[in-house]
Design a protein around this ligand. Structure first.
Ligand SMILES: Cc1cc2nc3c(=O)[nH]c(=O)nc-3n(C[C@H](O)[C@H](O)[C@H](O)COP(=O)(O)OP(=O)(O)OC[C@H]3O[C@@H](n4cnc5c(N)ncnc54)[C@H](O)[C@@H]3O)c2cc1C
Length: 478
């Protein structure tokens, strides 16, 4: 018997991601908001129509309904990573030890609690506004799929108890993991019960609809070239017009890596995804019918969840770093990254070898020195910004948007005074060192993950290179 050839892989970057195509198809009619022609004025101008920019606009409308808001988006709202991510929705319980180290015990816990609001908050928001973004709250399971590496998840659970968050992360033994999803590669795991999943593009497009209904002036297909201070506030320049406003909010995710003032603050890194054909019967065989979000223990993390029509959407942080803040084809057209994603899928689910891959896509994620968002202001408080979600922004972008809105509105929302605002992180190395270093480190990380997946000890040089960021004092690991 001859072995069946693996099914052909789609090339990434040829069309919009599956999530967004589905969401746009459900919009009747789906009209582009007009590009900006000429000069307009507003109280607040927002750059970027992803979750961060749109939540900022939403909360600003709630806190200060008379505020005139103009939102400018280079593509369409949700055309960036907000419309093509994995849809894992959770706060920062995994980061609690880091948060406590950074902000102290009480404030660290307060930040983690505020970040947890995003899950119920988004579920409730979708219900209130009639947005069916497939909100499914079945938890997030992190599994150890390295056959010869023990994890210290028992310690993590004990630490959560000690830090005042008992039950937010739960240790799950191998049989219980297998009951959730029967991959032969899965060992024990750590479960976050509060987490959910969404169809990411339906959430983004739902936000856009609500903003338009509320009178936010949206200009799509319009790139902001720069933001200059003026006597009365700021002026945003675009190819064919400008926006004058008292304040601007820069919510451009990894594109911040190309903005003056942020070039050594943000590293853009690629994350890629595929979606399989519908395989509901195979999901039943796996016992994976509960809708849990799952990720493995690789540094270049593989993350996967199911869809309503019984597909697996599977992603991995195996893309490459960009150069000099340019967000180019390396983040959207990297076929080798897709091959790696699919290899990871086949490794974890060898019984799905014959399953067709229906779509493949990628996008940039925004990494800071601490792998944690920077939310703050510059130009004398006239320009506010938030970025640095490091591949975990579906939920936290809502928190960031609320903080930015509260800062702009100047009201009494205590969220504005969380210590998250205004804490800068250390700079990343300048180019070309950053690019060369990031590429070498990425290769080492992938090799290390591959070796551990195969139950081998990674080579010494690989281990050394993979540790360089930590040796330089960057918080590169979660
Ligand atoms: C493949 C992939 C999978 C991911 N999976 C998950 C996940 O499962 N869970 C999770 O929590 N996070 C995930 N993320 C990360 C998550 O998608 C982001 O953190 C989140 O969408 C950030 O929202 P944002 O609004 O800050 O950025 P974006 O959605 O990127 O929005 C920024 C927008 O700014 C626009 N823009 C940029 N420059 C300009 C300019 N000069 N003028 C006008 N507009 C401009 C861009 O076009 C873009 O639409 C994933 C990311 C990727 C790429």
């Amino acid at each position: 018997m001859t072995a069946q050839a693996p099914p052909e892989l789609p090339s990434p970057g040829q069309r919009r991601a599956w999530w967004l195509r589905e969401a746009l198809a459900a919009e009747r009619p789906s009209l582009l908001a007009p590009s900006l022609f000429g000069d307009v004025s507003a109280d607040v101008a927002i750059v970027g129509g992803g979750y961060t920019g749109m939540w900022t606009a939403y909360f600003l409308g709630e806190m200060s309904p008379a505020t005139r808001i103009v939102l400018v988006e280079a593509d369409i709202c949700g055309g960036g990573p907000s419309g093509r991510n994995g849809g894992f929705l959770h706060g920062w319980w995994e980061y609690l030890p880091y948060l406590v180290k950074r902000y102290g015990a009480a404030d660290g816990l307060r930040v983690a609690e505020a970040s947890d609001e995003v899950v119920d908050g988004i579920g409730e928001w979708c219900r209130r506004h009639g947005v069916d973004a497939w909100f499914t709250q079945r938890g997030y399971l992190r599994v150890n799929a390295f056959p010869t590496v023990a994890n210290d998840w028992g310690d993590t659970v004990a630490e959560m108890d000690r830090l005042g968050a008992p039950g937010q992360l739960v240790h799950v033994d191998r049989p219980a993991v297998q009951a959730i999803c029967a991959s032969p590669a899965f060992g024990e795991g750590l479960f976050m019960p509060s987490a959910a999943t969404v169809q990411p593009a339906l959430l983004a497009r739902g936000l856009r609809r609500v903003l338009l209904e509320r009178g936010v002036q949206i200009h799509e297909g319009t790139t902001v070239q720069n933001i200059e201070s003026t006597s009365g506030g700021v002026r945003l320049r675009t190819a064919r017009g400008s926006v004058h406003a008292e304040r601007a909010v820069l919510s451009v995710n990894a594109w911040a890596a190309g903005w003056p003032g942020f070039r050594t603050r943000v590293l853009a890194w690629g994350s890629y995804m595929v979606v399989t054909e519908p395989i509901p019967d195979r999901l039943v065989e796996l016992g994976w019918t509960g809708g849990e979000a799952i990720a493995d223990s690789r540094f270049t993390i593989s993350y996967f969840r199911t869809t309503r029509d019984g597909r697996i959407a599977f992603g991995a942080g195996v893309g490459a770093a960009g150069f000099g803040g340019r967000i180019g084809p390396v983040f959207t057209h990297d076929r080798q990254a897709i091959e790696r994603v699919v290899a990871n899928l086949r490794h974890l689910f060898p019984m799905l070898d014959d399953v067709r891959i229906d779509d493949a896509w990628g996008g940039p994620i925004d990494i800071t020195a601490d792998r944690f968002p920077e939310i703050g202001s510059r130009q004398g408080g006239r320009v506010l910004y938030a970025h640095g979600f490091a591949g975990n922004g579906v939920g936290p972008a809502r928190l960031a948007g609320r903080i930015l809105a509260a800062r702009v509105a100047g009201g009494g929302d205590p969220i504005a005074f969380l210590p998250l605002f205004g804490r800068r992180q250390r700079p990343l190395p300048p180019e070309p060192f950053r690019f060369v270093g990031a590429r070498a480190i990425r290769e080492a990380l992938i090799q290390q993950d591959d070796a551990l997946d195969a139950g081998r000890e990674p080579g010494l040089l690989t281990q050394l290179v993979a540790r360089v960021p930590s040796l330089l004092g960057y918080r590169f690991r979660h």
